[in-house]
Design a binder for this molecule. Structure first.
Ligand code: ZN
Length: 90
């Protein structure tokens, strides 16, 4: 796995995905996240999944995610982490 990111590991990136799509990240976190995405196809795939959930629910506005949507997203993130566990992480 390329180590192009400075302060983010996949674990962090997964947790930032929904906030990123909601526009809830500070510019600094957003920039770190985007930098991580560029070097990490796995997190790009995860973001695509999260985005499809958000889009499906028509809740792409910041702060508009329902509890159900959040639960779905957490589920995706949890599964993602489980799938990725065992892989080399920094
Ligand atoms: Zn990653």
């Amino acid at each position: 796995m390329p180590l192009l990111y400075d302060d983010l590991v996949c674990r962090d990136a997964v947790e930032l995905a929904s906030d990123y799509l909601e526009g809830a990240l500070s510019w600094r976190r957003r920039r770190s996240y985007e930098r991580h995405l560029r070097g990490c196809p796995h997190c790009r795939a995860h973001l695509a999944q999260v985005r499809s959930i958000v889009t499906e629910l028509g809740r792409a506005e910041p702060g508009q995610l329902t509890d159900d949507a959040r639960a779905d997203l957490m589920d995706v993130s949890r599964r993602y982490r489980e799938e990725r566990s065992g892989d080399a992480e920094p």
